[in-house]
Ligand binder design. Sequence first.
Ligand SMILES: C[S@@+](CC[C@H](N)C(=O)[O-])C[C@H]1O[C@@H](n2cnc3c(N)ncnc32)[C@H](O)[C@@H]1O
Length: 387
Amino acid sequence: MKWIASAAFGMEGMTGRDLKRLGAENVNVLSIGGAEFEGGFDIGMKANLWLRTADHVHLVLAEKKVLRFDDLFEFIKTIPWADYIARDNAFPVRAHCVKSQLMSESDCQKICKKAIADVLESRYHISRLPETGASVQIDVDIRDNLARVSLDASGEPLSKRGYRTWNGEAPLRETLAAALVLTSDWHPWQPLYDPCCGTGTLLIEAAFIALNRAPGLRRAFAMEDWGFVNKDELEAVRRQAQSRYDECYLRKIDIAGSDIDPEAIELAKRHVKQAGLSDRIQLNVADLRDVALTGEPGMLIANPPYGERLGDVRAAHAVARQLGALYKRCRGWGMSVFSADMGFEREFGYYASRRRRFYNGKIECEYHMFAPDSKPVINKYKRGGGK
Ligand SMILES: C[S@@+](CC[C@H](N)C(=O)[O-])C[C@H]1O[C@@H](n2cnc3c(N)ncnc32)[C@H](O)[C@@H]1O
C-alpha cells in the first residue's frame, strides 16, 4: 500500500529519515509537502504513533491526471469504495487544489462526493446512504493537475499528542518543537535546559525523544476505526510502542527549564503532568538573567519572544542580548535559538555555527545553532557583544 506523511516546510527530510527507521519501504522525500512510503497497515500505524515531525498520515487510494470535472468524476468512480466505506459510514470529502486547471475546491468536493455516493448506492442497492456510522475522511488533493485520492489515517493532526490542553503565550506546535530538538546537537544523555520554556513544549518533546516514547502513544488515530483493518494488528503495534517506553522510562535524563512568567510555569507543570512526566522534568520561575547552570555542560534550547510591534521588538532584542550573556556564562554549553528576528545574531553577540529555516505557522523563522565555541560578532558601532 502507498502512504503519504504530510509535513511542514523544512521537516520533510526528518520525516523521511524517521520513516526509514520505522521500516517503511520505498520512502520518497518530496520537495514540498512530506514523504511518500509503502507498507502494510502496521507501517501506517507505526507512522501515526512514531512520526515526531509529520502532520498527518494518509493511505493513498489512487492518482490520476485530471483536467476537467468530467475526468475527475469518472476517475473517482473507478475506485472500489465499498472496500473502504461500509453501508452506514459517514464519508466527508475534503478537496485541496494547487496550480491546477480545476481550482474550485467546493465544486471538486461536490463532484467527488456525488461520484462516491453513486458507487456505494449501486453496490449496497440503496437510493440514499444513511451516513450515521463512524466517519471515514476522504481527501482529494489536486496539484499540478494530478489528483491524489486518500483516506486520512490520523484524524486529529499528529501535533496533537494529547498533553497540551492549555495554551500560553505563543506556544510552539509540538511537531515544530520536536524538529528543533532533533535538529540541535543535543544528545539525550546530555543535560538540556530551556530558559524561556513557556508552556514546556520543547522540554516535553525532548523527554519523549530521550525516553523513546512514541509521541502518539496516548491518543487515538482515525485508522483504528476503519472497518477494513485488522484491529489486532494495530493493537500489537501500540503494545510494542508501549513496551519500548516501559523499557526506557527509568533512563536517567536531565531536562529542565524556567520562565519569568509564573502562569506559564503553572501551565508547563500541568502539561508535564498530562504527559506523565511530572518527576522527570524540573521547572522553575526565573528571569533568564538569573539562570546559572552547574555540572556537566549540555544544550540550551530557547524560543524567546520576538516582537511584531516596535516596543516588542526592543524587548525581544533585550532578551536576545540576555540570552547571549547566558551563553557566555555557561562555558561548554551549546545553545540553539529559534527566532523570527533576522537580526538576532547581532543582538545575541555570536555567529551561529549552523542555521536552518522553519515556519512557525505563517511566520518565517530562523533556527540559530551555536556550538560551545561560537565566534563573537565584531561590531565596532556597539559596545559589548564579545566573548
Ligand atoms: C514564545 S514564548 C515560548 C513558548 C514556548 N516555547 C511554548 O511552547 O510554550 C516566549 C517565553 O519567553 C518568556 N520570557 C520572556 N522574557 C523572559 C526572561 N527575561 N526570562 C525568562 N523568560 C522570559 C515569556 O514569558 C514566554 O513564556
